[in-house]
Design a protein around this ligand. Structure first.
Ligand code: NDP
Length: 283
């Protein structure tokens, strides 16, 4: 039997349709949602992500301004940009492309962002909000995209056993907290987890966020499971792939996100939804 393919585009499209209406309503009140992007040096992948954010934002009427600095920019220059954005009334959301160049003090810079503009959920106050159920900042977009994906495909989390593989602050930990808040029972796994395949096989929902190309094969999955593959990797042959060995796992499970074509589109949509929400909170 074939698994249901949980593609990201329909989920993102539904989010964008809702956003377009909300942006209209904001405009009628004289508010024009604006996102500021800050990139210091950075990879081709970042440049592509930036272009896709700009293209999608245009479609829903969110304005985007990009600050692109060379890799050898000073920390003070980045601080000055963040401070400027924090006080700029025209800017509703800010996103720093990470990783920033080594030695720049990424953590401190993330924490400088005003929480009400921290639409990518990188600051301590945003993360505290994820753990405490408060809304001062925003949840990290990919973690929230996991829940949006499940909602859109009608997967109810309540009472389910979710196994999250990966415990980064960007994806694994906040995804676990958001799923817990939806009454899933969550097991959070990492590189030191004993007998990971057995834990994964026992889950109803599996989230893979490790950055290991096709590391999770048939031995980790069982019939009927819902699998979210967050990984964005390139294998030894330069092929873009997820953390899950899709060809081996798709015939086993009930539903799975493809890579590419899965979580990425939803993550971008959640980012723009946060910008619109930031503008609504202020208006
Ligand atoms: P990190 O490298 O920060 O974290 C990886 C996590 O996976 C760590 O907790 C690590 O464990 C764990 N891990 C690594 N190898 C294994 C293993 N063999 N078994 C079990 N756990 C393991 O990565 P990120 O969380 O930032 O990103 C994860 C993936 O998600 C990457 O591929 C990234 O590109 C992708 N990503 C995709 C996005 C999207 O929009 N689709 C957005 C953000 C990220 P430990 O803590 O013990 O080291």
């Amino acid at each position: 039997m074939m698994a249901e393919l949980m593609r990201g585009k329909p989920v993102a499209d539904a989010i964008y349709a809702d956003l377009a209406q909300r942006v209209e309503a904001l405009r009628a009140r004289g508010a024009h949602p604006r996102l500021a992007l800050v990139r210091v040096g950075g990879s081709d992948a970042d440049a592509a992500y930036l272009r896709s954010i700009v293209a999608q934002a245009e479609k829903v009427g969110v304005k985007v301004g990009a600050h692109e600095l060379p890799a050898d920019a000073s920390r003070l220059a980045v601080e000055a940009i963040i401070e400027g954005m924090n006080v700029d009334r025209a800017v509703h959301g800010c996103m720093l492309f990470r990783p920033l160049p080594k030695g720049m003090g990424e953590l401190e810079l993330c924490n400088m962002l005003a929480p009400e503009k921290d639409v990518d959920g990188v600051g301590a106050r945003s993360l505290a909000g994820v753990f405490m159920g408060e809304r001062e900042g925003f949840a990290p977009c990919t973690a929230q995209a996991c829940v949006e994906m499940l909602d859109c495909y009608g997967v109810d989390l309540a009472g389910k056993h979710a196994v999250v593989v990966g415990r980064s602050l960007v994806v694994g930990k906040p995804a676990a907290m958001l799923m817990l808040a939806r009454n899933a029972t969550v097991t959070l796994c990492h590189s030191g987890t004993a007998d990971l395949p057995a834990l994964m096989r026992a889950a109803d929902i599996v989230v893979c966020a490790t950055g290991r190309a096709r590391a999770f094969g048939a031995e980790c999955f069982s019939a009927g499971q819902v699998v979210l593959d967050v990984g964005t990797n390139t294998d030894a042959d330069g092929v873009f792939c997820g953390d899950v060995d899709f060809a081996a796992v798709e015939p086993i499970v009930g539903a799975i996100t493809p890579v590419p074509g899965g979580m990425g589109a939803v993550t971008t949509a959640v980012l723009l939804a946060h910008v619109v929400e930031a503008a609504e909170r202020r208006a």
